[in-house]
Design a protein around this ligand. Structure first.
Ligand code: SP5
Ligand code: ZN
Length: 359
């Protein structure tokens, strides 16, 4: 298991450490965070033990981000913490991370124009979808470097690598064009998919294995036929995050009609049932020219954030099946919160992908 064998390069940067949530507000209570810096470290250690060549992310221009995200949203992410501290919230009430308390719901405006509020405490809710995604001093730089990692992996695939892994932290699949949440700030997978398209790939398929539905990725590409989104995840109708999206009848709109596939799973779903969902995803992206795998491993049976009961063998088998589809692939890290199994799950998944590719 730990003999060096990984062929695919892994893009990783220590800059992920700059993002440390410290806590997250959930149902009004400050609880310990799950998306912690240790995640990036155990993944790195497992990659090195697995023999992967570690590559540093190359800085990319802002235009690679605006291919997916709203420029004003990017400005907000970059400047919000500075403005928050300047407004005094770190001293009083003693919160040094940007955390919203009011949200400008569309129905609260009707036909009245929505205008930016003066208070930083209110501005915090303009682009945030939840209270569990604190934005601290180093969050922007870490998120920006994670996006660079995904872009670097996409560049390497465009240059001929069959598969490249991007150890993105913080993760990204809950982020849309102009909103963030779910422990995510920039949509690394969507940014990689857009880069592949602009690099000449006609049709990109996204396969999202994270335990949670990638609502951000889905909404970004929902009306596009050139990027297929497919996801297997815990059923939001059983009460799970991201709650508002991820149902099987969300199949795409306009040019994207039929290009979105959701396979919601019941609580307690194990390898057999979950792999049937993975097969639906594989069928959905089978005719794509390149793949982006949103590799969240929080569906694992020991993970504290989901009730799925997928094993390490299940994740390896899923990636074996995805690898055997054939197109070149960028594999992007999403969730996975059990620090004792995380590294092995990631390397086992990448190993499965490579086995599928040769087999
Ligand atoms: C990238 C990713 O996997 N994001 C998922 C974030 C889900 N967060 C939902 C809120 C979590 C509250 N968890 C409380 C656990 C108490 N036992
Ligand atoms: Zn997740």
């Amino acid at each position: 298991m730990t003999t060096p064998h990984l062929r695919m390069p892994a893009v990783w940067s220590e800059s992920h450490r700059l993002h440390d949530p410290h806590g997250e507000v959930w149902v009004g209570v400050l609880i310990p965070p799950l998306e912690v810096p240790e995640r990036g470290e155990v993944i790195k250690e497992a990659l090195v033990r697995g023999g992967a060549r570690i590559v540093a992310p190359a800085p990319h221009p802002r235009s690679d981000l605006t291919a997916v995200h709203d420029p004003a949203f990017l400005d907000h992410l970059e400047t919000a913490h500075r403005r928050w501290v300047a407004a005094g919230f770190a001293d009083h009430p003693g919160q040094d991370r940007v955390v919203p308390y009011v949200f400008p719901l569309p129905q609260s405006f009707g036909a009245v124009p929505r205008r930016l509020p003066a208070a930083e405490s209110a501005r915090a809710g303009w682009y945030a979808m939840d209270t569990t995604t604190p934005l601290g001093r180093g969050t922007w730089e870490a998120a920006r470097t994670a996006a660079d990692a995904a872009l670097t992996a996409a560049d390497m695939v465009l240059a001929g690598e069959p598969a490249v892994y991007a150890a993105c932290r913080p993760p990204g699949h809950h982020v849309g064009r102009d909103f963030y949440g779910g422990s995510c700030y920039l949509n690394n997978a969507a940014i990689a998919a857009a880069r592949l398209r602009r690099g000449g790939i006609d049709k990109v398929g996204i396969v999202d294995l994270d335990a949670h539905h990638g609502n951000g990725t889905q909404v970004i590409f929902y009306d596009r036929g050139d990027v297929v989104y497919s996801s297997v995840h815990i059923d939001p109708d059983e009460g799970w995050f991201p709650h508002f999206m991820g149902r099987a009848d969300e199949t795409g709109a306009g040019d994207g009609a039929g290009a979105n596939l959701n396979a919601p799973m019941p609580e307690g779903a194990g390898d057999a049932e979950w792999l049937e969902g993975v097969d639906l995803l594989c069928a959905a992206v089978a005719r794509c020219d390149a793949l982006v795998v949103s590799l969240g491993v929080d569906g694992h049976i020991d993970d504290p954030e989901s009730p799925l009961e997928v094993t390490g063998d299940g994740y390896a088998e899923a990636c074996r099946r995805i690898g055997s589809l054939g197109p070149p692939a960028v594999l992007v890290q999403e969730g996975g919160y059990d620090l004792t199994t995380l590294g092995g799950l990631v390397v086992g998944s990448l190993t499965g992908f490579e086995e599928g590719r040769v087999g």
